[in-house]
Write a protein that binds this ligand. Structure first.
Ligand SMILES: [Zn+2]
Length: 87
């Protein structure tokens, strides 16, 4: 467990929700264990490992096969410099 990443993710979620007030937010879980948080009202989205935000529950029962987090290495908690030692 990495407190720094949890803090980063929490901050990103707060910012995301603030930027998308009034929009319905939905979350999807991916088979890689990442959550993508999106809204119907904008193209804004954030992605992060669920272990860094265990309080976030997926709003969709369907589990995605892939997402930006695993395909593109894109996410709030993705550290491009040392993502190998993060497993
Ligand atoms: Zn994924």
């Amino acid at each position: 467990m990495n407190i720094e990443k949890i803090t980063l993710v929490q901050q990103a979620i707060v910012n995301f929700l603030e930027n998308n007030q009034g929009n319905e937010v939905y979350t999807n879980l991916c088979s890689c264990g990442a959550v993508t948080m999106s809204t119907y009202g904008s193209s804004d989205e954030i992605s992060f490992s669920q272990e860094n935000a265990p309080f976030i529950k997926a709003t969709n029962d369907m589990i995605m096969c892939n997402c930006n987090h695993c395909c593109n290495g894109w996410g709030v908690d993705v550290d491009e410099e040392d993502d190998e030692e993060d497993l």
